[in-house]
Design a binder for this molecule. Structure first.
Ligand SMILES: [Zn+2]
Ligand SMILES: [Zn+2]
Length: 336
């Protein structure tokens, strides 16, 4: 129909028919451009440009010094043979090991700390858990001493296991606290509590640290979370600094805010001292992606990804490892 009309028009007046076709072309182009908002269609853009429009929110963090670090030698630890612990403290510390501490008592102690009864010494912890544990030992850990401590049940103890699941008692709870009262004035983190699973005949899962909490003098309880990095460059909790969310309102809503461990000294003293971004292989890693906590991108590449390149999780927030970022500020005692 339209072609017959066009042929007739062309035969009668070629000028007008060319004008009609040109007009149709201009209208089509105008419609297409308005559809894409006068921008370049997404399919014509490079993938890099497409992702750079996304702004992943920056999580506000503060950096604090944590005087405590505790690792476990999983392979050599069990209820019968004792649990091998590697403390590494920046000050003289006390390592108190509580066997068979009740889950209920432990949760009560954390709640007490948040409410009014602050825990900064082994005695205060024992009071808060109402001495509801089966055996305890305390070791003095000298500042910087990294000797392995073997925490054992006493000879001839009747405890052989902690029963079948679900359990009412944690096999071992390790409390690290500052030995010198004056040090408690310097650090805002005054104690670290680790809940440890020790393998026994009833539950043979390898011994490991299940949870680690940091208690502050201001009555916060922080659940310590590990960052995930490539196996060539593991971050060690030793000599670590911590960053945590600086969001007072959120902190009150969810009392156990997240904390992240960042190894600093370890990185400088061993290895290449530089971890390369998994994408560009050119700049050093400086971004932690949340919620998956993969730490694999440099600042530039992180801006281009809305999905984690390691696990494909949608990135909801991110924060920088390096403390010279302007978003950071030092957290002093009078901040909180
Ligand atoms: Zn990169
Ligand atoms: Zn991830």
């Amino acid at each position: 129909m339209a072609d017959v009309f066009l042929v007739m028009l062309y035969e009668n007046s070629p000028g007008i028919s060319i004008l009609v076709v040109s007009l149709c072309f201009v209208i089509t182009v105008a419609v297409v451009l308005s559809w894409f908002g006068f921008g370049v269609p997404v399919i014509l853009q490079s993938s890099d440009d497409g992702m750079s429009h996304l702004q992943i929110p920056e999580r506000r963090m503060v950096q604090v010094k944590n005087p405590f670090a505790l690792e476990i030698n999983s392979a050599g630890s069990s209820v019968s043979g004792g649990v091998r612990l590697n403390p590494n403290c920046l000050e003289n510390c006390l390592l108190s090991c509580y066997w068979g501490c009740t889950v209920q008592g432990f949760q009560k102690a954390l709640r007490d700390h948040e409410q009014k009864f602050r825990i900064s010494t082994p005695h205060q912890f024992e009071e808060a858990v109402l001495s509801d544990f089966q055996h305890s030992t305390t070791f003095f850990i000298e500042k910087g001493n990294v000797t392995e401590i073997v925490c054992k049940l006493p000879e001839g103890s009747s405890i052989k296991d902690f029963g079948t699941l679900p359990r009412a008692r944690y096999p071992l709870v390790a409390l690290l606290s500052l030995a010198e009262p004056e040090d408690r004035e310097i650090y805002s983190i005054v104690a670290s509590v680790s809940v440890i699973h020790a393998s026994d005949d009833k539950y043979k899962m390898t011994s490991r640290i299940l949870y680690q909490y940091l208690l502050t003098a201001q009555g916060n309880v922080f659940d310590l979370k590990q960052l995930f990095m490539s196996a060539d460059n593991p971050i060690s909790a030793l000599n670590s600094e911590l960053v945590f969310q600086d969001d007072e309102e959120k902190k009150q809503e969810e009392n156990e805010a997240e904390m992240a461990v960042i190894g600093t000294i370890e990185e400088e003293s061993h290895g290449t001292g530089r971890r390369d971004c998994v994408v560009c292989q050119n700049a050093s890693i400086n971004r932690v992606l949340l919620p998956c906590r993969h730490t694999c991108l440099c600042d530039n590449c992180a801006e281009r990804f809305y999905q984690c390149p390691m696990c494909r999780t949608h990135v909801s927030e991110s924060f920088a490892l390096s403390q010279n970022e302007r978003q950071y500020r030092d957290m002093s005692l009078d901040d909180s």
